[in-house]
Design a binder for this molecule. Structure first.
Ligand code: FAD
Ligand code: NAD
Length: 402
């Protein structure tokens, strides 16, 4: 009899960790393992704001999948998933097709524009490593162009960030580090280069308590970030965002949209029932009505039954999904009972540049400033260590000095 075939889609936090755990828990004769990913590298999604601002090199934020997964144990396929054909247990890739006995969908998120006019066409997104390199290069191009042009337009130096959630705030935190360097390099008055964050809600970082929000806002304002809070973006043009009831146009040379995310479009292509772009999975992380399909990470809503709402979709949660999923697939193969996912919340930290941050950790301890920034680096390094041990940590870990 042939071995059961387990196919994992996506080599992000959830998919790569599930693959590694399955390779450890199942003997080669028990199951065939296949990992499909768009690229031959994994990137740290949680570092993308730094790649976009240019405060770290994009190569630091990625590593080869074959460096952390044994290709003799796991078949690695580098291709794009188009859709899953559930009825036939088949995955359609851009260049081929695959059958499966068990499937793990861990294809992450895409930026959600909520249909805002012009956003898709005119704004950059913090979505993957290629897109973030484009942002970095575009910002520098605008500064170089300004320096070399005879008729200078100060709007070219403005960087506009739409959305004051975690991604938007962490991005402006990195920009306040990078912009002074660019001003120095191109001999531009720092006061001419504006960094503007636009947020529709009455507050940035709504997850945090008021004192932490106030700390973050004051710290960023002190370093030159301008906030437009309670200001809804209604349109994006080539020139900037149209905001507020009076349709003011805020002009910029670089426009980045960080207004929200949704699950991979592969989910809708595959006919899953969606709730705001993601699948609400069962406690054991399987898709409703599907015995052999697990959905993890940013593709899934996992309900926090105690609070009657889903757990926030984070890398922390995605890596924990991997543990439950690998356990449950092994349990299915061994005819043992499945486990329900239990989230172990270790806290949340947002960076505000290299030496500053805010966060709540270990069940309520608040951190600000350097302790928060240090904690963020510890968290960032932890995932590198979990994927590739000390060797990878030495190659890719963050040791930026304060
Ligand atoms: P990902 O890690 O995004 O991986 C998805 C993988 O699927 C990628 O390798 C991608 O290339 C691949 N893929 C996508 N589509 C296809 C396709 N069609 N075919 C083949 N392959 C495909 N969370 C935290 O807990 N802490 C943080 O500090 C934090 N910081 C963040 C900072 C930023 C800037 C952002 C954007 C997010 C941050 N998050 C953070 C959230 C966290 O990154 C996500 O929750 C996490 O990445 C979800 O993991 P995942 O495995 O579902 O997807
Ligand atoms: P988000 O949904 O958390 O934040 C988007 C923000 O954009 C919101 O504050 C929203 O009010 C605002 N917005 C939406 N429409 C708008 C409009 N028309 N005009 C102006 N503002 C508008 O999205 P995100 O920040 O990209 O985060 C996505 C996920 O990734 C979240 O689950 C977050 O927790 C996670 N994340 C975590 C970290 C961290 O832990 N350090 C960092 C980044 C992202």
């Amino acid at each position: 009899m042939s071995k059961p075939k387990i196919v994992v889609l996506g080599a992000g936090y959830a998919g790569l960790m599930t693959t590694k755990k399955l390779a450890k828990q199942l003997a080669p004769e028990e199951a065939e393992l296949v990992l499909v990913n768009k690229h031959n590298y994994h990137y740290e999604t949680t570092w993308l704001h730094e790649v976009a601002a240019g405060t770290i090199n994009h190569n630091q934020a990625r590593f080869m999948i074959s460096d952390v997964v044994n290709p003799n144990r796991v078949r690695l396929i580098y291709d794009s998933v188009v859709k899953v054909n559930k009825e036939e247990n088949k995955v359609v890739l851009e260049n081929s097709e695959l059958t499966y006995d068990y499937l793990v969908i861990a294809l992450g998120f895409v930026t959600n524009t909520f249909g805002i006019k012009g956003m898709e066409e005119n704004a950059f997104f913090i979505q993957d490593i290629d897109g973030c390199q484009l942002i970095r290069d575009h910002i520098e191009y605008k500064f170089a162009q300004y320096k070399n042009s005879e008729e200078k337009n100060d709007d070219d130096l403005t960087i506009l960030v739409g959305g004051g959630g975690f991604t938007g705030i962490e991005l402006v935190g990195e920009l306040v580090e990078k912009v002074p360097q660019l001003c120095k390099k191109y001999d531009i008055d720092r006061r001419k280069a504006r960094i503007i964050n636009v947020e529709a809600a009455p507050s940035i970082l709504p997850v945090f308590e008021k004192d932490l929000v106030a700390y973050a806002k004051e710290s960023l304002e002190r370093r030159g970030v301008e906030f437009m809070i309670g200001t809804k973006i209604t349109e994006c043009t080539e020139e900037g965002f149209v905001v507020g009831d009076d349709s003011e146009l805020v002009k910029a040379g670089t426009i980045v949209w960080t207004g929200g995310v949704t699950g991979s479009p592969v989910l809708s292509e595959s006919g899953f029932e969606l709730n705001r772009g993601k699948v609400t999975v069962n406690g054991d992380l399987r898709a409703p009505g599907e015995d052999n399909i697990f959905i993890l990470g940013d593709c899934a809503w996992v309900m926090n039954e105690a609070e009657g709402r889903p757990f926030p979709p984070t890398a922390q949660a995605a890596m924990q999904h991997a543990t439950t999923c690998a356990h449950n697939i092994a349990a299915l193969l061994h005819n043992e009972p499945l486990q329900n996912f239990i989230f172990d919340d270790k806290g949340t930290v947002a960076s505000l540049g290299i030496t500053d941050g805010v966060g709540t950790v270990f069940g309520g301890t608040k951190l600000t400033g350097k302790p928060a920034a240090t904690m963020k680096k510890v968290v960032d390094n932890r995932s590198i260590f979990l994927f590739g041990g000390v060797n990878l940590l030495l190659k890719k870990g963050k040791v930026r000095p304060f």
